[in-house]
Design a binder for this molecule. Structure first.
Ligand code: GLN
Length: 484
């Protein structure tokens, strides 16, 4: 089992380890594996990081009171702003852009004196499910380099699975934290919409975008959530609600039965058995349910997400910031050339889809119908969560696929999201936990879905059930190189 952030923090506090040692371990893991994995788009200057670690070690030696996780390394997805660092969103459009400010979540990481190793790879602007839509390079799955790490936070998931750092930040609009976490055998939280500030997260679909933590276990997710969550005056949708109280005892687990069925592969369907066994061992009460309108979720999601994406991407006009074409005979020509040259195929596809679905005469047929479906899905979940504390469902119909396998078929890629998109439509929190390995030896996870603002108790329940599941999240090549 790789070191968790809590174990690292304990060793640092007990002075068994210095921050400099912890940092060196990260550098060693990166130097050993990054050539094969490609999790980062940019890395922080190592001398700068060393001087930060040294400062923390000196403060600790003086006996200063430090934040619990001071000196623990972290990495963040490249759609989250870090002052002075690159912020590419995996796109040529922002290839040379550096952020002039910190995202609220990054400010909080800095307040807690975490060491920011770098920015992780992602599908362009969050469009994709495998990190293959990055304009720069692909990321490999640390469990098997021929497979995708999932996406769009594939770099963040791979960085944890490869042992670069105990935790990272990603973002989840339609599954981008949960799906890569499950493909890489780690845990990942999509928080309740509004629980974590979006200020400084580059907008994809503002009504569903969330920043979420990825880590080796659920207790680390909880610690990182506590650092980043909370109201932010810079994000009007950040929430003032206090955490919802833990549910009944014994915990009532609802199995979304018909989702553990084809098109899921038999490997994925097996997750149900694993979780039911672990839940029984925890003494939880189990029942099975059907989620009404689940079959409408994918279409509703892709319409709403594309409409909002087309609107949010309108700001990249080549005039104020981002890529600008070398020439243009008029303002219109310059904008057209800049956008055509700098946006990748998938980004252009989303802009076309979204613009069409929101165009005059079509909004009722597409966008407004999708919004009505969204409300029905939300209500269906809320009805189930009246009688259950937690629901369980698969995350993806299959484990990780081979690099290139779906890259030229956008519809196949969209279909792979069929199980992850209903949660964001409903604004609910969901945590991915690893459950077992496929026949090919690739990790598979399940998602536990909770009531709005139950994030903390959801993570506590997820930590408990994970203990009974007993998944060993050490990728083979990593275990081998550590002599495990
Ligand atoms: N795969 C989904 C999409 O392309 C979700 C991506 C995400 O959560 N950013 O929209």
């Amino acid at each position: 089992m790789p070191a968790t952030a809590r174990q690292l923090a304990e060793s640092l506090a007990a002075r068994e380890l210095t921050s400099m040692d912890a940092l060196q371990r990260s550098f060693d893991a990166i130097d050993a594996h990054e050539g094969d994995i490609g999790a980062f788009l940019s890395t922080t200057d190592r001398d700068l990081l060393r001087s930060q670690a040294e400062g923390i070690d000196q403060a600790r030696a003086r006996g200063d009171t430090l934040p619990r996780f001071a000196g623990v390394p972290i990495a963040v997805k490249d759609n989250i702003a870090v002052q002075g660092e690159r912020l590419t969103c995996g796109s040529r459009m922002l290839e040379h852009y550096r952020s002039p400010f910190d995202a609220t979540v990054v400010g909080r990481l800095k307040d807690h004196q975490l060491l920011l190793l770098g920015k992780t790879n992602m599908d362009e602007f969050g469009f994709g499910s495998s990190t293959e839509n990055s304009a720069f390079h692909r990321t490999a799955n640390p469990w098997n380099k021929n497979f995708v790490p999932g996406g769009t936070s594939g770099g963040s998931a791979a960085a944890v699975a490869a042992g670069y750092c105990p935790w990272t930040l990603g973002s989840d609009t339609g599954g981008s934290v949960r799906q890569p976490a499950s493909f890489c055998g780690i845990a990942g939280l999509r928080p309740t919409y509004g629980r974590v500030s979006r200020y400084g997260l580059v907008a994809y679909c503002s009504s569903m975008d969330t920043v979420g933590p990825l880590a080796n276990d659920c207790s680390d997710l909880l610690e990182l959530l506590k650092i980043i969550q909370g109201v932010d005056p810079f994000d009007a949708t950040s929430s003032f609600r206090s955490p919802s109280a833990p549910g009944a005892s014994p915990t009532r687990l609802g199995v979304l039965e018909e989702l553990f069925a084809p098109p899921c592969t038999p490997d994925v369907v097996h997750g149900r058995e694993v979780i039911e066994k672990a839940a029984s061992a925890c003494g939880w009460r189990l029942s099975s349910f059907k989620l009404d309108y689940a079959s409408e979720a994918l279409a509703a999601y892709y319409i709403i997400a594309s409409v909002e994406a087309a609107s949010n991407l309108a700001r990249y006009d080549g005039v104020r910031y981002g890529y600008r074409a070398a020439e243009g005979s008029s303002w219109h020509d310059l904008v057209t050339r800049s956008r055509s040259e700098a946006f990748g195929d998938e980004a252009q596809r989303r802009i076309l889809l979204g613009t069409f679905a929101a165009s005059a005469g079509y909004t009722d047929k597409y966008y407004e119908t999708a919004c009505r479906a969204r409300r029905l899905i939300h209500n269906a979940y809320m009805r189930l969560l009246d009688t259950c504390d937690v629901l369980v469902a698969p995350i993806s119909p299959s484990p990780a696929w081979r690099l290139g396998e779906k890259a030229s078929d956008p519809m196949e890629m969209y279909l792979s999201d069929v199980l992850s998109v209903s949660v964001p439509l409903a604004g609910l929190p969901a945590v991915a936990i690893p459950s077992h390995l496929s026949a090919e030896g690739l990790p598979i996870g399940v998602q536990l879905i909770g009531k709005p603002h139950s994030d903390e108790s959801l993570l506590e329940l997820a930590a408990l059930i994970s203990k009974h599941v007993g998944f060993q999240n050490v990728p083979r090549h990593h275990a081998a190189s550590n002599g495990l």
